[in-house]
Write a protein that binds this ligand. Structure first.
Ligand SMILES: Cc1ncc(COP(=O)(O)O)c(C=O)c1O
Length: 445
């Protein structure tokens, strides 16, 4: 039995099912840059970045050094009662890099989920309104508030409902497929129609606290919105006094080539959340918003004993410095453009590739069984993923059939070439029937 097999066997015995979406038998020993090494010494190119929580790569020295230095000073003292400088420096930095030309404040948490819960509390309290609107297909997290805003998987609803009251979901303005089975994208007006109908018939607009958006829906399938939708949505929000909230937990911090994915649009959110890569993979999330919203509640309305841990704060400061020092926003754009030159051609070359989309190094490859009808082919996507894994490339599928191409921003061009070779060969193998016998039972979302 290999070391990996032994670990995985024991894992199955002790780690409970709700905590992992099963993919490959990969037990990690260590990593560097965009490389992962398993406990048996096999090397992989990581195109998943630990669900986009390793934007600056695995074990980057500036971050590991910052962590080591801080643990020797003190590991934690809760900001619920006392002060520490790493928190102040980080809060200041986050205010500087977040979108919005206004006076800002920051709150910290431990996961993207709790940050989004904080948005719900703050938006409801500040506006004095009970309702929250978000999008079908959205993934906002795993706590009851963020779950209530999410609408992506019945496994996130079944057996422990009901969710929190007062949450509604509207269609995401998908640029590739339209609403309700339409093959073509709808217009901005059509995408806004369900919201407008809601406001006319069953949800008073003046009682809506906030609308929460994921600019590019990540786990929902790396979806891009139709042009002009979010701008029109913000106009509607302003007309009704509704706050615009952005969940930038997956798409922020360089993933799309910008500090915030909001920069791709002409909108100004009132409040935004970050997480995942913020502290280089240590647990940390942040809510950044207008000072008057953020300061509206009194303690202990949103605090966590180990929140804004100084080790995580130092890791975050080092992560953000690394993005600046190594020009990783530009690298994300350049490397994204580089891979797209090749990938975009696959749409014409291969029947199975329906669409390639995204910004920077946040790219989705939509695998279909029928290009005309854009029929999702989750089985084919999983087979491609498995073939890649067999050839040393880690990639998964979201929304069933969309390959999630989100490598660390520090990935080298050689690694990108190699990953593209493996990915393209897997697509070719799929088309020539070589993957017919792949067993993918029990894998994926
Ligand atoms: C867009 C988005 N929001 C929130 C979350 C939840 O973050 P966490 O798992 O850290 O709670 C995720 C995680 O995948 C996400 O992709």
């Amino acid at each position: 039995m290999s070391k990996s097999e032994k670990i995985i066997m024991e894992d199955n015995q002790y780690f409970a099912k709700p905590g992992r979406i099963p993919y490959y038998p990969l037990a990690i020993s260590h990593g560097y840059g965009a490389t992962l090494v398993d406990v048996d010494g096999n090397e992989y190119i990581d195109l998943l970045s630990s669900a986009s929580s390793q934007n600056v790569g695995h074990a980057p020295e500036p971050v590991t050094n910052a962590i080591k230095a801080q643990v020797d000073r003190f590991i934690h003292y809760t900001p619920a009662y006392m002060y520490h400088e790493p928190l102040v420096k980080l809060a200041k930095k986050l205010c500087a890099i977040s979108p919005g030309d206004y006076d800002k404040r920051v709150l910290f948490g431990l996961s993207g989920s709790d940050a989004n819960d904080g948005v719900i509390k703050l938006a409801k309290a500040y506006t004095g309104r009970p309702y929250v609107i978000s999008f079908v297909n959205a993934y906002h997290g795993s706590t009851y508030g963020s779950l209530s805003m999410s609408a992506i998987s019945l496994n996130m609803r079944k057996k422990y409902g009901p969710m929190l009251p007062g949450f509604y979901h509207i269609p995401y303005p998908d640029k590739y497929r339209g609403m309700y089975g339409n093959t073509e994208a709808n217009s901005v007006e059509s995408y806004l129609a369900p919201l407008k109908e809601m406001f006319e018939k069953y949800v008073p607009a003046e009682e809506v606290a906030c609308i929460m958006i994921e600019t590019f829906q990540g786990d929902g399938g790396l979806l891009e919105p139709v042009d002009g939708y979010f701008e029109a949505l913000q106009a509607l929000c302003k007309a009704h006094g509704i706050l615009l909230a952005v969940d930038d937990i997956q798409q922020g911090l360089g993933r799309t080539g910008e500090w915030s994915s909001v920069s791709h649009f002409d909108i100004e959110p009132d409040i935004i959340t970050f997480g995942k890569s913020l502290a280089g993979g240590l647990p940390m999330s942040a809510i950044v918003g207008r000072a008057e919203i953020m300061d509206y509640l009194d303690a202990p309305a949103h605090l966590f004993t180990t929140g804004a841990n100084p080790v995580s704060c130092e890791a975050a400061l080092a992560t953000l410095s690394m993005i600046e020092d190594q020009n990783l926003l530009q690298a994300s754009k350049d490397k994204g453009d580089y891979v797209r030159k090749r990938m975009d051609q696959w749409v014409n070359q291969y029947a199975a590739v329906g669409d390639v989309r995204g910004k920077g190094l946040s790219i989705g490859i939509d695998i279909v069984s029928d290009k005309l009808n854009k029929t999702r082919d989750a089985t084919a996507a999983l087979k491609i993923c498995n073939r890649c894994f067999d050839h040393g490339v880690v990639i998964i599928a979201v929304a069933g059939n969309v390959l999630r191409f989100q490598p660390p921003l520090v990935i080298t061009y050689e690694q990108l070439d190699q990953a593209l070779n493996v990915l393209e060969a897997a697509i070719q193998d799929l088309q020539s029937g070589k993957l017919d016998n792949y067993n993918i039972a029990g894998q994926g979302w």
